[in-house]
Ligand binder design. Structure first.
Ligand SMILES: C[S@@+](CC[C@H](N)C(=O)[O-])C[C@H]1O[C@@H](n2cnc3c(N)ncnc32)[C@H](O)[C@@H]1O
Ligand SMILES: [Zn+2]
Length: 280
C-alpha cells in the first residue's frame, strides 16, 4: 500500500503526519491528498512555471507508448543489473522524475513475483504525470515535487532511479542511506537513430553525460543495451515522437517526413550506470 510516510514539509522541512486525508506539519502547513491518493508537495514558491514538467498530452502519449511494452527490456535490465545483495526485502526506492509510473509499476510487479517486497515512492514535477501514475498503481506513494528539493528527510531511501530525467546529485546524496545506490538510465548514441536520421539534416556527435563522474558518488557498474523494436502505425510513431525532446527540436520538414511513415524499425540504445554514495 501507498503509505505516504516519512515525508517532510517542502516549506520548512518539518516532518509531516497523516491526519485523515491530509499531511500536516507542526507549523500548520497542510497538504491534502488528491482523490486518486497522491499528494502535491510542490509549494507555489518553488514552481518556475504555473504548470511545470511534462504536459497532459505528453504524459498521455508516453503512457500509451510504454503500455505497449516496447521498453520492457529496460525494466528487465534494471532488475538484472541491480548490484547483488542490494535488492532485498524492505528496500526503499525512489523514482525521481517517475513520469506516469510505468517503471515503478513494472518493477513492483516483477519483484512481487520473486517474493521481494519493496517500498516504492514516485516523484515528478508534473501533476499530470503523478495523476496518471496514481491511477496506475495504488501501492506506491506518489508525490508531486521537484528533484531540486526533495520533500523527504535525509537518508530516506536505499536506491534512487533516475530514468531519462533531471538528476540533482546533491539532493540524491542527501536522501540516500549511507551506502545507497543511484541508477541513471539514459539514451545512448544510437537511440532511435532511424527516426533521428529522418528528423534532422545531420546527427550531432554523441556527448557522454557527466564524463568527469558524479560528485558524491562512485560508479559501480556500467552497462549498455541495444535492441530493435517495430512500430506498426503512424499513431504509435506519433506517440513516441511526442514523448521525446525531438518533437520540439526537429525541423518542420523532418516532422512532416515522419508523418508519412506507417511503420519503422527502431534501435533502442540504452545506457545504465549504477553509482554508490561515497562514504563521508
Ligand atoms: C523524459 S520524462 C521521463 C519520465 C520517466 N522517468 C520515464 O522514463 O518514463 C522526464 C520527466 O521528468 C519530469 N521532471 C522535469 N523536471 C523535474 C524536476 N525538477 N523534478 C522532478 N521531475 C522533473 C518531467 O515532468 C517528466 O515526467
Ligand atoms: Zn511546514
Amino acid at each position: 500500500m501507498s503509505t505516504l510516510e516519512n515525508l517532510s514539509c517542502p516549506i520548512d522541512a518539518a516532518p509531516l503526519s497523516r491526519v485523515e486525508r491530509s499531511l500536516k506539519c507542526e507549523h500548520g502547513h497542510t497538504y491534502d491528498l488528491a482523490k486518486t491518493g497522491y499528494v502535491n508537495l510542490l509549494p507555489v514558491q518553488n514552481k518556475r512555471s504555473k504548470d511545470p514538467g511534462d504536459s497532459k498530452e505528453m504524459v498521455a502519449a508516453r503512457q500509451t507508448f510504454l503500455n505497449q511494452q516496447h521498453y520492457f527490456p529496460i525494466v528487465k535490465t534494471i532488475l538484472s543489473s541491480w548490484p547483488k545483495g542490494d535488492l532485498l526485502n524492505g528496500v526503499r526506492i525512489l523514482d525521481a522524475g517517475c513520469g506516469e509510473g510505468y517503471y515503478l509499476n513494472e518493477i513492483g510487479k516483477a519483484l512481487l513475483d520473486q517474493d521481494i517486497s519493496i517500498e516504492r515512492t514516485g516523484l515528478d514535477i508534473s501533476k499530470w504525470a503523478i495523476t496518471a501514475a496514481s491511477k496506475r498503481d495504488k501501492g506506491v506513494s506518489w508525490l508531486v515535487g521537484s528533484n531540486a528539493s526533495l520533500p523527504v528527510p535525509s537518508e530516506r531511501f536505499d536506491a534512487i532511479l533516475c530514468l531519462f530525467g533531471f538528476p540533482v546529485f546533491s539532493e540524491f546524496s542527501r536522501v540516500l542511506s549511507e551506502t545507497g545506490l543511484l541508477l541513471l538510465v539514459e539514451s545512448g548514441p544510437d537511440h532511435l537513430i532511424e527516426l533521428r536520421e529522418i528528423l534532422y539534416p545531420s546527427i550531432h556527435d554523441y556527448k557522454q553525460t557527466f564524463p568527469e563522474g558524479v560528485e558524491g558518488f562512485e560508479l559501480v557498474l556500467e552497462k549498455a543495451e541495444t535492441y530493435v523494436f517495430t512500430l506498426n502505425s503512424q499513431t504509435e510513431i506519433e506517440q513516441l515522437l511526442s514523448m521525446t525532446p525531438h518533437i520540439h527540436k526537429a525541423s518542420y520538414d523532418g516532422r512532416e517526413a515522419v508523418k508519412q511513415l506507417n511503420s519503422i524499425n527502431l534501435t533502442a540504445d540504452i545506457k545504465f550506470r549504477w553509482y554508490r554514495k561515497k562514504l563521508g
